[in-house]
Design a protein around this ligand. Sequence first.
Ligand code: AHG
Ligand code: MN
Ligand code: MN
Ligand code: MN
Length: 335
Amino acid sequence: MSRKNQTLGEFIIENQASFKYTSGELSRLINSIRLAAKVVNHEVNKAGLVDIIGAAGETNIQGEDQQKLDVYANDKFIQTLTNRNIVCGIASEEEDDFITINSQDENNNNKYVVLIDPLDGSSNIDVNVSVGTIFSVYRRVTPVGTPVQLEDFLQKGNQQVAAGYVVYGTSTMLVYTTGHGVNGFTLNPAIGTFYLSHPNMTFPTDGKIYSVNEGNYIHFPQGIKDYIKYCQMEEGDRPYTSRYIGSLVSDFHRNMIKGGIYLYPKSSKTSNGKLRLLYECNPMAFLAEQAQGKASDGFTRILDIEPTELHQRVPFICGSKNMVEKAEEFMRLAT
Ligand code: AHG
Ligand code: MN
Ligand code: MN
Ligand code: MN
C-alpha cells in the first residue's frame, strides 16, 4: 500500500507484511541505509565548501583513483550497517574483500548481506554533477551464526531480496524495491525526512533517449555500433536524443522516468565492459525488471548470470523493454 506524502519510515512499516520473511530485519536494514544516505547527502551537498573534493591519494582494487567522497561514503555506509548490527556481511566497490560482521551478541542471527557501490559516478564530484549510491541485499546461504563466506555474496541477481539507489541530484532521492515494484522517496532537506514522491515507478515500454559513452565507439562490438547507428537514423521517432551523464544512477533514473536505454558494452579495450555485476548491474537490473524494464549483457538476462568473483565486470544494457530488445537483436545479428 502506498500513499503520496507518506514518509519512508511509515512506508517501510506499512509494507513490512509483504516481505517474504517478516522478522523486521529487512525493515531495519532499509532504515539504516536511509540514515547513511542522509549523512552522505549532507557531506555531498557541501562538497565545494569543505575539503572533501579531489583524490584521496589511494587506488582501489578496480585500479581507480579513490576520491575523498568515495572513501567517506564507503566508511559511512559500512559504519552505519556495522554499528547497528543489522547484517552479517558487507561487500563494497572500495574494499578488496568482503567484510565479516562479528556480532557482540552470540545469539546473533543476522541473515542478510549487503553489497554497495558507496559513491557512483565519482568522476562527477568535482564538477558539481549528480552522483549516487547503489545497494543490493541478499539472504545469506550459509548457516546463520557462522562467519559469512564468499558464496553468500556470489549469488545470482535473481536471488536479491532488495535493491535500490540514492541519487544526490537537484533533489536527493532514495529509490528501492523489495520485489513488489519500485518506489521513489524525495528528501526534504529542511527536516531530514524522505517522502514518497514517486509511487510505483515504471519505465515507459519505449523511449527516445540513448545513453552511452560514444567516445569509445571505435572500440565497441559491431552489434553495438549498428544499434547506435540505428538510434541516429532518421526514421519514425528517430533520431533519438543522446544523454550521458557518466553516473549510472543518474542516467538510469532519467531513463526510467522519461524512457530510454543505457549501454556500457564491452570494447576492444575492456573485455567485460566496466560496470561491476554484483553492486552495480544486479541491483539496477532488479530495479529495471521491477519497473517493467529490462537488463541484459547483450545476450543473457543480467539477473541469471552466475557470479564468479566479487568485483566481476559485465557488459550492461538496461532500460525500456523494447529498446533493450532492439539492441539485443542487433547483437544477435552481428554474431
Ligand atoms: P564509480 O564512480 O562507482 O566507479 O562508477 C562509475 C561508472 C558509472 O557510474 C558510469 O556510468 C561509468 O562508470 C562511466 O564510465 P565512463 O567514464 O567510462 O563512461
Ligand atoms: Mn569507482
Ligand atoms: Mn559505480
Ligand atoms: Mn563507486
